[in-house]
Design a binder for this molecule. Structure first.
Ligand SMILES: [Zn+2]
Ligand SMILES: [Zn+2]
Ligand SMILES: [Zn+2]
Length: 89
């Protein structure tokens, strides 16, 4: 974790990974997504801001859960919404 990481990113002791490779909300409404992100507070996996429905951002703002991890294979990074901060792990 880099020195620039905010308190939210530093608080992530063990990264939560996606249980399933799908956006839980898009599946309900039969929508498609581009990339997947996993909430580090509750573990829900939702779609990124390049996806039409941006469920991960909506979840972060509605729930107040600050940190997501990329759920894309080969990507190892975390992002904090309130601080607009990235960290690789
Ligand atoms: Zn933060
Ligand atoms: Zn979605
Ligand atoms: Zn959450």
């Amino acid at each position: 974790m880099s020195d620039q990481a905010c308190a939210h990113l530093k608080a992530v002791a063990a990264v939560k990974h996606a249980a399933r490779r799908e956006c839980e909300e898009c599946v309900k409404i039969d929508a498609h997504w581009v990339h997947l992100r996993t909430c580090q507070t509750c573990g829900v996996t939702l779609c990124c801001d390049s996806s039409p429905n941006r469920h991960a951002s909506k979840h972060a703002h509605l729930s107040g859960h600050p940190v997501i991890a990329s759920a894309q294979l080969g990507e190892r990074w975390l992002y904090c919404y309130p601080d607009d901060a990235f960290a690789e792990y």
